[in-house]
Design a protein around this ligand. Sequence first.
Ligand code: ASP
Length: 398
Amino acid sequence: MKLNKMTISITLALFLSVICGILLQDHTDWANNISFLGTIYVNLIKMIMLPLVFTSLVLGVSSMDNLKKLGKIGVSAIAIFMMTTAVAVVIGLCLSLVFQPGIGIELTAESYEINEFPSVIDTIVGIVPSNPFESFVNGNMLQVIFFSIILGIGIVVAKDKGEPLRKILDSIFEIMSIVTRGVMYLTPVGIVGLMVPAVANNGVKVLLPLLKLVLVFYAATVIHICIVYFGMLKVGCKMSVKKFLNGMLQAQVIAFTTCSSAAALPVSLKCIQENLKISKEVSSFVLPLGSTVNMDGNALYQGIVALFIAQAYGVDLTISSMLMVILTGTLASIGASGVPGAGMIVLSMVLLSVGLPVDGIALVAGIDRILDMGRTLVNVTGDATTACMVERMVNKNI
Ligand code: ASP
């Protein structure tokens, strides 16, 4: 199937799913009956994810002519991740300040349970796996990244003796790329299975009371994408926005419908390497890392929702509290993982840091799916934009 045909089928599937979902709002059980199609589709892409990321990253590292380059890629990527994430929290805060979506909200009496967060030291220690096989089994992406880099460096140092393993991994990578291509043909079916139940269960009735919040959040995503990402692409990478969007569309739709950066990863890797011609060494490092630590959509959400909850409870946040929201919002986005609903879980960290009631999360829990779709779309777009920037900075290829 050509990219054009695929794009048309994906757009059509998205459009029809929204219509069917709206029509089935009073028959959610019918809509839920087809959710198994979405689950099978998500499982298929998750199935490809680890072998693809692992082989792609080992090959990327082992093909580098010097290890200084690896350091340069890492430092540039992390610097861009941090800056764009902090900007996202600020955009979220500003929009929430101007449009005040929380004013006039009726508070619910439900309560929300807080999750425990690991300390910074525990997080750093947790990146180094004591048993790499366990990391694969548990799908711990940061540990898999760490092990892949070590293995890639080992292959470079071992020279001829490392070559047979490199060839085997190259063969696995090629096979997994073919499997990814096959799974992508099923994207329209997956979209129907994911979107029809999502729209039917989160329809107008659920959305209406919080419509202003949803609108402010989506306005923030558009502003962040247009100003920050398109600005980086045009000014920093000299790449046309149209080329970027055409190349990444499938990954973006998968992010939007699955609400998981991790699930979108195999397709993101394929799109960026094949359509945008970003090198394996950069993309296979920046995208998996970004899918776990770079969450600008999540950061936008933290900024908007923290202020929304403050407004709903009639709390006036001081400037220093807002600075605290920027700091903890950035950290919470780094700490969240690329799975559905992760942003809402780490929100409690931001609320606690400025003394806002954690029960306020119950106010937004009902519409989290709708917000998560936008968050994940921004997260995946941010990772791809960063990869393009790093490619330009390190390899000067684009
Ligand atoms: N679902 C998002 C992702 O996978 C994380 C979040 O909830 O913000 O990127």
